[in-house]
Design a binder for this molecule. Structure first.
Ligand SMILES: N[C@@H](CCC(=O)N[C@@H](CS)C(=O)NCC(=O)O)C(=O)O
Length: 243
């Protein structure tokens, strides 16, 4: 049994898609990021960075103690290695899959994340941040579009790199990017969305909290701001985990 600590966002959806694809039993432990329910000493023992998702594997392959894993890309790698699925075994294929997974984690995700922050959350008058990150978000989508002109999926066959990238392509309208400009991404996204495991994953976690995370122009109370971007969130990283 695996515990998935999650909120109803794309980074979390990646992991649920994988759990559903491989059929490993899992238990959902839900957090409300606006309420800051993840900013606790207990959760920091699972993820010292206090971000979602994180998992705890109660039956790791070595038979040892329960194993916590954080960072969605690391979790996808862990589950692929645990189950022997959705990551090529041959060195060449594995390298291709890993590079696209890490590109998502280090490029597509962070650039889109910053674009969402500046467009939807930051105080008015952030023209430089909006320009910088929406332009970069669009550039990263071009990288994906061109890759999908040469391959049906990022590593040839459907796998963890696609699971990582897909959730970051479904909300581009929120940062003013029309996915119609990226037809290969649109087709690839439809193929992924048509997978029963992906539909089950969405049904499992994209719950009532989802709407609060997908507002075009988010209106946060001072307490919610503190939990997401402000003092309370930062305080979790300026005290030692466990204290
Ligand atoms: N690189 C991390 C990003 C995790 C992350 O930033 N998660 C967001 C939700 S998508 C979060 O926990 N935000 C709450 C906060 O920043 O306090 C991953 O992919 O796991």
């Amino acid at each position: 049994m695996i515990d998935l600590h999650y909120a109803a966002t794309g980074n979390n959806l990646k992991v649920v898609i994988m759990l559903e694809e491989v059929g490993v039993p899992y238990r959902l432990v839900k957090y409300d990021m606006f309420a800051g329910t993840h900013l606790t000493p207990e959760f920091r023992r699972i993820n010292p960075n206090a971000k979602l998702p994180a998992i705890v594997d109660h039956a790791p392959a070595d038979g040892g103690a329960a194993l916590p894993v954080f960072e969605s890309g690391a979790i996808l790698m862990y589950l692929a290695e645990k189950t022997g699925r959705f990551l090529p075994a041959d060195p060449r294929g594995r390298t291709v899959a890993q590079q696209w997974l890490i590109w998502q984690m280090a490029g597509l995700g962070p650039m889109h994340g910053q674009a969402h922050h500046f467009v939807r959350y930051a105080p008015e008058g952030q023209d430089y941040g909006i320009e910088r990150y929406t332009r970069e978000a669009r550039r990263q989508l071009n990288v994906l579009e061109y890759r999908l002109e040469e391959a049906d999926y990022l590593a040839g066959d459907y796998g963890i790199a696609d699971m990582a990238a897909y959730p970051w392509t479904t909300g581009t309208h929120l940062i003013g990017i029309d996915l119609a400009d990226f037809p290969r991404i649109g087709d690839w996204g439809e193929r992924i969305a048509a997978r029963p495991a992906v539909a089950r994953a969405k049904a499992a976690i994209l719950d009532e909290n989802r709407a609060s995370y997908t507002q075009t122009r988010a209106k946060l109370t001072p307490e919610q701001w503190s939990n997401m971007f402000g003092d309370r969130m930062h305080a979790t990283a300026t005290t030692r985990p466990g204290s």
